[in-house]
Write a protein that binds this ligand. Structure first.
Ligand SMILES: *[C@@H]1O[C@H](CO)[C@@H](O)[C@H](O)[C@H]1NC(C)=O
Length: 360
């Protein structure tokens, strides 16, 4: 009996060897826990009417001055002297644990204000500052109620073709839900979504209806900086830019790697730099995500490129690799199209020789 079992298991391991080598899940198991699978995350969530007072909108303009309006006050948003719907409008969807009073949305608000945009920051802090798993579900009704306000604003002159959504992390999916609901309610598209590092946990295994997707707006630009950590590998836009391959970012601290949090947040100064340096972040077209991960898109012909940022060519489609330096302002310009500038290939070849270098 023992012999048979032994035999069978030897045979089995021989037979299954090649696939185990390719995909260790058979050996090491499938992800099933709280962060990987997020049990129950597609269950519906509602925000009761009594809680809608916690959904508000911060309008910024006229030299950084701000005014906050509740969900019930769309008319007053339209009448705010900071708003002029002849201009473009930026709507910022904040991330997990974020608030319009924290530096991230302020940084964006200031930059877009200086570019002549109406700036509206969605204050859904109340719903984004709960257990992450619940926050991911609550962003669906948040999206719906924000869309209701936008629909009212269109009656006061907001033109959806001049409306741009900007989200970071969880906020990218919120932006997606806003746009989906706006489309359902009006049959019209919001013009663009710029999605900075859409969050992966609880969304990774969901389909296009339950997360940000290219079908949400006329043009969706997605920047990925930590796809194996807090971010998400799946392409979700018309253009998906995998910065330095999208896995992890180069560190600006010697010998200390830029791990998950560092790589996830790196997208923020990257986007600010792309706003200030509009033609300097040039991405190279890849055949697929694996090519981007491998920094192996340099020999693709014909060469196709995309310029990350507000000036992106909205006719472009596909997966792009973008090389950067390790420090602000990060851009490489045309140098980024040369393979010798791939940062991790430029690092000292830690494992290439026989040295066992000791840092002193
Ligand atoms: C809305 O956007 C989607 C995705 O980009 C696109 O397929 C669709 O044609 C657009 N709809 C309209 C009415 O422009």
């Amino acid at each position: 009996m023992l012999k048979v079992v032994l035999c069978a298991s030897v045979l089995l391991s021989m037979v299954s060897y090649p696939s185990v080598a390719d995909d260790h899940r058979a050996e090491f198991g499938y992800p099933a826990g709280l962060m990987s699978i997020c049990p129950g995350s597609t269950k519906p969530a509602v925000i009761p009417k009594s809680q809608l007072k916690y959904l508000s909108f911060v309008v910024q303009g006229n030299g950084r001055s701000r005014q906050k309006y509740s969900y019930w006050n769309a008319r007053n948003i339209a009448k705010d002297p900071r708003i002029n719907f002849k201009r473009r409008t930026l709507l910022v969807a904040i991330g997990y644990l974020d608030s319009p009073n924290l530096p991230i949305s302020a940084m964006f608000a200031n930059d877009y204000e200086d570019r002549g945009y109406n700036v509206i920051i969605v204050d859904n802090q109340r719903f984004a500052t709960v257990h992450y798993h619940l926050a991911t579900r609550l962003m669906r009704p948040v999206g719906k109620h924000v869309a209701e306000v936008l629909v009212q604003l269109t009656q006061y002159g907001l033109d959806p073709s001049k409306l741009e959504l900007l989200g970071f992390s969880l906020g990218c999916h919120t932006a997606g839900f806003i746009a989906k609901h706006f489309h359902t309610m009006t049959g019209r598209n919001i013009s663009t979504i710029a999605a900075l590092e859409p969050s992966g946990p609880c969304f990774r295994n969901l389909g296009p209806k339950d997360r940000l997707d290219a079908s949400d707006a006329d043009f969706v630009q997605v920047i990925h900086t930590n796809i194996d950590g807090y971010g998400m590998a799946a392409p979700m836009g018309h253009v998906d830019i995998y910065v330095n391959g999208g896995e992890y970012q180069p560190s600006d601290i010697s010998i200390y790697p830029c791990t998950t949090t560092c790589s996830h947040f790196r997208v923020l100064p990257l986007w600010i730099s792309a706003l200030k340096n509009p033609r300097k972040f040039i991405g190279l077209k890849c055949k697929d995500i694996q090519q981007a991960r491998d920094s192996a898109c340099y020999s693709n012909l014909p060469i196709d490129t995309v310029v990350m940022g507000l000036g992106i060519d909205k006719r472009k489609r596909g997966i792009f690799y973008l090389a950067t330096t390790m420090e602000y302002p990060f851009y490489l310009g045309a140098k980024g199209l040369k393979e010798e500038n791939v940062y991790w290939k430029k690092l000292t070849d830690v494992n290439s020789g026989d040295e066992t270098e000791i840092y002193t």
